[in-house]
Design a protein around this ligand. Structure first.
Ligand code: SF4
Ligand code: SF4
Length: 297
């Protein structure tokens, strides 16, 4: 089993479109398993059109709750909460209450309440799914608004996808990672053989690239870079390529700006399923060959 994670130092660089198109290309010759590790904004399913076969609840962190029968309104919980999650009484509310979105589950109020009126319990923060697509089994998830622990949910999704991949000889696990460099990205990277970093020639490209390269290298993962919409700023594209050459990072290729990418998204298809002869589709085919030659080494 080989594992490839697709990342970007920031959102909006075409990471999910690239993942879907790589899946379409790779599935011609390989057995794939797919994971959408961008659990805060999972949208790979829009392009892969899978059918959900299983659903599991995801239990997140602790949330406090006040028993209004026991509460005497002393206000101690309001004083100790460092997250402004305790709401004092107003004309409509007779006693203190908890803003569950703001509550970080630190339990300070639970210990400080003189009446033992506050309890704290883990809550269902989302769900994760197993779905079947024409490209392979997709593992994906959904966080509820305002919930945390997305790193833990990414790990749950990844572990399930890895187990499935290990059942299939010579499978390839394609992981659509979250944007940025935070905890969910680290969880998405775990155990990857290659990090494909999608960048585009914007003003902050090199800075964003440096951040994500530092993150993946810290965890011992080999990076490779492709430049999306490379022709919108040729000077910046050359700058990115120079940066990669000097840093010894493999360049997978350039993907030109191609209106077929947007058209394919509106149809809910990978660009190479929508129009295999479009410039972006041709470039992504070449990028897949580069990716495959790197993971075979
Ligand atoms: S500390 Fe306990 S008794 Fe005091 S206001 Fe808060 S919930 Fe009510
Ligand atoms: S558990 Fe912590 S964050 Fe939540 S309301 Fe109590 S003190 Fe505030």
């Amino acid at each position: 089993m080989k594992q490839i994670v697709i990342l970007s130092g920031k959102g909006g660089t075409g990471k999910t479109s690239l993942t879907a198109a790589l899946a379409h290309k790779a599935a011609e010759r390989h057995q794939l398993v797919l994971a959408d590790a961008d659990v805060d904004a999972a949208n790979l399913e829009i392009l892969l059109k899978p059918v959900k076969t299983k659903e599991f609840p995801f239990t997140g962190g602790y949330k406090a709750d006040i028993n209004i029968e026991k509460c005497t309104g002393c206000g101690r919980c309001y004083d100790v909460c460092r997250f402004s999650a305790v709401i004092p009484p107003d004309s409509s509310e007779k006693t203190y209450s908890i803003n569950r979105i703001a509550c970080e589950g630190c339990n300070s109020c639970v210990y400080q309440c003189p009446e033992n009126a506050i309890t704290s319990a883990r809550t269902v923060a989302g769900a994760w799914f197993v779905s079947e697509s024409v490209y392979g089994t997709l593992y994906h998830a959904e966080m509820k608004a305002g919930e945390e622990n997305s790193g833990k949910l990414v790990t749950t999704v990844k572990n399930a996808a890895i187990s499935k991949s290990r059942e299939i000889a010579e499978s390839i696990l394609l992981v659509d990672g979250p944007p940025g460099i935070g905890c969910p990205v680290i969880a998405a990277c775990a155990g990857a053989d290659l990090a494909v970093i999608s960048t585009e020639p914007g003003v902050s490209a090199i800075h964003d690239l440096e951040r994500i390269l530092e993150t993946v290298r810290h965890f011992g993962i080999s990076p490779a870079v492709c430049i999306n919409r490379s022709d919108i700023n040729s000077a910046k594209t050359l700058e990115i390529e120079d940066f990669c050459k000097q840093d010894g990072i493999p360049l997978l290729g350039r993907i030109p700006y191609d209106p077929n990418v947007t058209r394919s998204m509106s149809k809910g298809l990978p660009v190479n399923a929508f129009d295999p002869s479009s410039p972006a589709s041709i470039a992504i085919s070449e990028i897949w060959e580069e990716v495959y030659s790197l993971i075979r080494r």
